[in-house]
Write a protein that binds this ligand. Structure first.
Ligand SMILES: [Zn+2]
Length: 188
């Protein structure tokens, strides 16, 4: 199975991080395998890092991803978050954040301490807190077969069922089509 080159986009930073471990139910596929993967993912999400990232920082990121996935799954199922889960989210939201700074050419850069990984975690945690506080019933599990992704439905009607219609919606449709065809074949 080839890995997609571009990171998947959910529309929410914190959900995007949970999408970096794919096929959880069938064949867990890690997208953040090296510190360089982490840097590429962060950069592509507007979260600058600098210097060399290390394995400990990668591990910190992956661990926080699992905290997020646990929290989003519970919220999607309409369950309250355990105190320990809330503490971990709150602790990450309290980490030193990026500091926006205007440059000589009037562009904004994000300054940070150390490698920037801590500030990136802070930004992701704050996005997660805002998302969970919405309590809008739009945080859902994808209905795609074998898909374990959580998504936030930002469509106007609010009736989205899949993490991505092109990916999982089509699979469902193809599956249904195959089933119909099989039934027809049996009948013939
Ligand atoms: Zn899906």
């Amino acid at each position: 199975m080839g890995l997609p080159s571009a990171p998947l986009r959910s529309g929410r930073l914190s959900i995007d991080l949970t999408w970096t471990l794919r096929f959880r139910n069938v064949k867990p596929t890690e997208m953040l395998r090296t510190p360089n993967d982490l840097r590429a993912w962060s950069t592509s999400h507007g979260l600058p890092t600098s210097g060399r990232l290390n394995d400990h920082e990668l591990e910190q990121f992956r661990e926080f991803r699992e905290v997020l996935f646990g929290a989003f799954t519970r919220a999607a199922d309409g369950l309250a978050l355990p105190a320990a889960q809330r503490r971990l989210l709150n602790a990450a939201a309290a980490l030193p954040p990026y500091r926006p700074a205007l440059t000589r050419t009037n562009t904004i850069i994000l300054e940070h301490d150390g490698s920037g990984v801590v500030a990136a975690l802070n930004a992701i945690a704050r996005d997660a807190l805002e998302l969970l506080a919405l309590q809008d019933g739009r945080l859902r599990r994808c209905e795609g077969p074998k898909c374990a992704l959580i998504f936030h439905d930002e469509s106007r009607p609010g009736t989205r069922r899949w993490c991505d219609t092109a990916r999982c919606g089509n699979r469902v449709n193809t599956h249904t089509y195959r089933q119909r065809r099989t039934i027809r074949t049996d009948e013939a």
